[in-house]
Design a binder for this molecule. Structure first.
Ligand SMILES: Nc1ncnc2c1ncn2[C@@H]1O[C@H](COP(=O)(O)OP(=O)(O)OP(=O)(O)O)[C@@H](O)[C@H]1O
Ligand SMILES: [Mg+2]
Length: 421
């Protein structure tokens, strides 16, 4: 078993990130077994090193190593490619052909983009994993093979399982050991190391002097999100090495070549967030306004209750009083839509049977503003006076007067009738 450093050197893996180191160590550790391994990571993170390391560090290393890109083979031919076919199995099958699983007997197969395998092929693969058995396309003869499988995916295979696009049993079979490769943005410390390595490779390749980044430019690339990971960084290093005349690359130049898309993303999100904040505020404002109106109605109703508590006319139960309020509402002929809709029963609804608790109001302090009670006048007189003033001020316009008084138009209408105004 080789050491981490030896492996890195042999495969040209750059970087000292702990998570990456741990992933490599895990590969070295599981290599001598025949256990299936699933390598997971975003596109361009370097997944392809791992099946090679595993093969190289296993007893299979002198046998075949075959890498198959499952996403690149058409659905119609994938079974034939993997498992082979008999002569005449399908139109154009003029000769029998061995599949990769037969060729790689005793070796390793790397199934890249395994999530792309069609469901029918997944069944065949599961059988190989469970018993080592397979059948060529167009054959009924069982064959045996001994192949170690390392698979890789940059899609969330678990989600594919949930969507029934990937067999759950196969997922668990492949995933006996999982190796996660971190994206480049999570190994910032490696970014400039990788850039220097790539820049040096391209300087040699194109026989040009080295390029170098200014400290600000180094800082910029270290914080860039690199959605295409190391592949993107490598291409970028090549582009800068070849295109730029200056050998010291400034921050401005880097920003020009590598606009910070994530900043743009943040700005867009912020805009969206602002507009949703605005809508939320508007909604809240409306709710508060409605609540205020309801509260005013409730105040007026409470005021009524207080006023009529000792009134001979309403000496009956408070229940009657409430019913009277509702009835008056029914009698209102105007087309005004009450704001206190939740107090108004539907036209055919039964009369309320609500039994209010019997309060002793004597010691309680009620804030019935804006209909306040000055000491010199009775509550009723004061109320009448205020309504009169408000109506005069708004030239009889009930809606405006009600607004000013902080009561609903319905309540005002009732008061006008009550006080014969
Ligand atoms: N740590 C590293 N040091 C040096 N080169 C690296 C490193 N990681 C990745 N690379 C290089 O980056 C390129 C992309 O890596 P690789 O092809 O393994 O990506 P991948 O994870 O298989 O992506 P995809 O899912 O798109 O196939 C390759 O040229 C590889 O050599
Ligand atoms: Mg790949």
């Amino acid at each position: 078993m080789d050491s981490l450093q030896t492996i890195k050197q042999r495969f040209g893996i750059i970087g000292n990130n702990v998570v990456l180191n741990r992933a490599i160590e895990k590969a070295i550790q599981v290599a001598p077994t025949d256990i299936s391994v699933l390598v997971i990571g975003e596109s361009g993170v370097g997944k392809e090193f791992f099946p090679k390391i595993i093969h190289n560090q296993s007893a299979r290393k002198h046998n075949a190593y075959i890498a198959v890109n499952c996403g690149a083979i058409p659905e119609g031919t994938i079974d034939s490619e993997l498992f082979g076919h008999e002569k005449g199995a399908f139109t154009g099958a003029t000769q029998a052909r061995k599949g990769y699983f037969e060729v790689a007997d005793g070796g390793t197969i790397f199934l890249d983009e395994v999530g792309e395998l069609p469901l029918s092929t997944q069944i065949r693969l599961l059988r190989i994993l469970e018993s080592g058995e397979f059948m060529k396309v167009g054959s009924s003869e069982l064959q045996k093979t001994n192949v170690r499988i390392v698979a890789a995916t940059n899609v969330k295979l678990k989600e594919a399982v949930e969507k029934a696009k990937f067999r759950e049993d196969l997922y668990y079979r492949l995933n006996t050991i999982q190796i996660d490769i971190p994206p480049l943005r999570e190994r910032k410390e490696d970014i400039n190391l990788l850039f220097r390595k790539f820049a040096s490779d391209f300087a040699n390749k194109y026989r040009m002097p080295h390029i170098e980044l200014s400290p600000e430019a180094q800082n910029y690339i270290a914080n860039y999100p690199w959605p295409g990971n190391i592949r993107q960084l490598r291409n970028f290093a090549e582009q800068v090495s070849v295109v730029e005349k200056e050998r010291v690359i400034s921050l401005e130049k880097i920003m020009e070549l590598l606009p910070h898309s994530s900043t743009m993303l943040t700005v867009t999100n912020k805009k969206d967030k602002n507009s949703s904040d605005f809508m939320e505020r508007e909604l809240l404002f409306k709710v508060l306004l409605d609540m205020k109106k309801d509260l005013n109605d409730l105040r007026a109703l409470t005021l009524d209750l207080i006023k009529h508590k000792d009134n001979e006319e309403f000496n009956g139960s408070t229940q009657e009083l409430i019913q009277r309020v509702y009835q008056e509402q029914d009698e209102d002929e105007h087309d005004f839509t009450p704001s206190s809709y939740n107090l108004v029963p539907a036209a055919n609804a039964p009369k309320p049977t609500y039994q209010p608790p019997q309060y002793d109001y004597s010691d309680d302090v009620y804030d019935v503003s804006p209909i306040e009670e000055p000491e010199s006048l009775s509550l009723q007189d004061n109320e009448k006076e205020m309504i009169k003033l408000a109506l005069e001020k708004h030239k009889g316009k009930r809606k405006m007067a009600a607004d000013e008084l902080g009561i609903s138009e319905r309540t005002l209408y009732r008061k006008i009738k009550q006080y014969h105004l």
